[in-house]
Design a protein around this ligand. Structure first.
Ligand SMILES: NC(=O)c1ccc[n+]([C@@H]2O[C@H](COP(=O)([O-])OP(=O)(O)OC[C@H]3O[C@@H](n4cnc5c(N)ncnc54)[C@H](O)[C@@H]3O)[C@@H](O)[C@H]2O)c1
Length: 233
């Protein structure tokens, strides 16, 4: 069974990391265009760097939640790849073997010069400082895909979802494109789940099994159904 998990910010909510559209989260204190666009970086790189340093610090201090652990457990019943929109590394820290980051990985840095995707550098600790230079001489910036930038792993993700026999979409409002469009790459005979406490408000194709639950509760139910399907329950 080829299983693809497609996760978004809600996946990490139970780890204490705010989702994108939370009213009271840290993100709510910033305007997207002030921190997550190439224009923001050219306008005020210190502010952008500091914003991502704070996010990185919070992520390092967080731990994978029950849902991340249940996704690791899926590996007992199939070939699992996680395609995540998240920039945190909680899937990896829960032990998931194959994780594709669509929007980058905040624990890594890259060049702010013309060859940004040439190489990603692990960041030691939480802070990337202004003056920390890449080997090409340009300032290092977070390895995060900003609004208006290309998504380098889009095709890889689309191919994985097309080949999946099970797709689990979890904790995403499906409003950030082009990532959100990926759910339409799934085959007709793929078994599709949507797990989100606001699932009933999301627009998704009618062949999805909808679990109107938090990530941990929804994953528990989903894992039960998949174990049943594969004769393991
Ligand atoms: N942890 C992170 O790395 C992080 C955090 C915030 C935003 N972002 C990025 O910002 C963009 C926002 O798009 P998005 O669709 O991922 O996020 P979003 O904030 O637009 O949507 C989050 C979704 O999660 C759901 N949710 C809330 N609590 C949940 C829970 N306990 N369990 C399951 N679902 C829950 C909400 O109902 C909502 O549908 C993405 O690129 C995202 O990865 C990343």
């Amino acid at each position: 069974m080829k299983i693809v998990v497609f996760s978004g910010a809600g996946m990490s909510a139970e780890s204490g990391i705010s989702t994108f559209r939370d009213n009271n989260g840290l993100w709510a204190n910033f305007k997207i265009e002030e921190v997550a666009t190439p224009h923001a970086w050219s306008n005020n790189p210190e502010m952008v760097q500091s914003f991502y340093n704070q996010r990185r610090k919070q992520i390092i201090e967080s731990s994978p939640n029950e849902a991340h652990k249940l996704i690791k457990e899926l590996e007992k019943i199939g070939d699992v790849t996680v395609v995540t929109q998240n920039i945190d590394d909680l899937h990896e820290r829960a032990g998931s073997k194959h994780v594709v980051h669509l929007h980058g990985n905040i624990r890594e840095a890259k060049s702010s010069g013309p060859n940004q995707e040439a190489r990603y550098y692990p960041i030691d600790g939480w802070e990337l400082k202004m003056g920390d230079l890449c080997e090409d001489g340009f300032q290092l910036r977070p390895h995060v895909v900003w609004f208006g930038e290309a998504v380098p792993n889009l095709e890889v993700a689309s191919n994985l979802i097309t080949a999946a026999s099970v797709l689990i979409v979890i904790g995403t409002s499906l409003q950030v494109y082009p990532a959100a469009g990926l759910i339409h790459s799934a085959a007709r005979n793929c078994t599709k789940f949507l797990i989100d406490p606001n699932a009933d408000q999301l627009q998704i194709p009618s062949d999805f099994i909808v679990l109107n639950e938090t990530a941990s509760e929804g994953m528990l139910q989903c894992l039960g159904l998949l174990k049943e399907k594969s004769g393991l329950s």
